[in-house]
Design a protein around this ligand. Structure first.
Ligand code: S3P
Length: 178
């Protein structure tokens, strides 16, 4: 295990449950939950779909990378990241310095069922969102796996179940490190 800061960083594809799990894990640990998408929204003064539409994906990626500069690993916090954060190697290096990277994953059908419930993912606003999801997921899966310290399967699990697993696996990883 790497020597790193005290943050717990959740990475994973859209629909993996990062936001809900992150908030609940932070509440259980009694720490703050920071969310890079939320930081970008506040900075840009508009929603993610509007940023993609009006400024383009590249500008979103720049703002996403900039949001990481506001984070530090010297306090225990939970950091929830956008699904594309791993596309830039420099982002992954920053996150790895912040703390432990926990990859939440699920099978593609589960991811699709979850993301289909709301229309706030600009990258999936295509003629065939299921095929787009497959393409993006295939390209990104190795990046998440490569970056992660821990991986947790969220398919067929409720948020509370995933939260328990995250807390258990983090505790086990920290004990192993002692
Ligand atoms: C993105 C995922 C989104 C958000 C943006 C781009 C991606 O976050 O950052 O729409 O590239 O996968 P979630 O993973 O929270 O949906």
């Amino acid at each position: 295990m790497r020597n790193c800061g005290q943050a717990i960083v959740l990475i994973g594809f859209m629909g993996s449950g990062k936001s809900a799990v992150g908030r609940a894990v932070a509440a259980r640990m009694g720490v703050v939950c920071l969310d890079t998408d939320q930081m970008v929204r506040v900075h840009a003064g508009r929603g993610i779909p509007e940023i993609f539409e009006q400024l383009g994906e590249e500008r979103f990626r720049e703002m996403e990378a900039e949001s990481l500069e506001e984070l530090s690993g010297d306090k225990p916090v939970v950091v929830v990241t956008g699904g594309g954060i791993v596309l830039r190697k420099a982002n992954v290096e920053v996150l790895q310095r912040l703390g432990l990277l926990v990859y939440l994953f699920a099978d593609e059908e589960t991811l699709f069922q979850r993301v289909a419930q709301c229309d706030n993912r600009p990258l999936l606003r295509t003629a065939d969102p299921r095929a787009t999801l497959h393409e993006l997921h295939t390209a990104r899966k190795p990046l998440y796996e490569e970056a992660a310290d821990l991986s947790i399967d969220t398919s067929r699990r409720s948020i509370p179940q995933v939260v328990e697993l995250v807390l258990h696996d983090i505790a086990a990883a920290c004990t192993a490190k002692l």
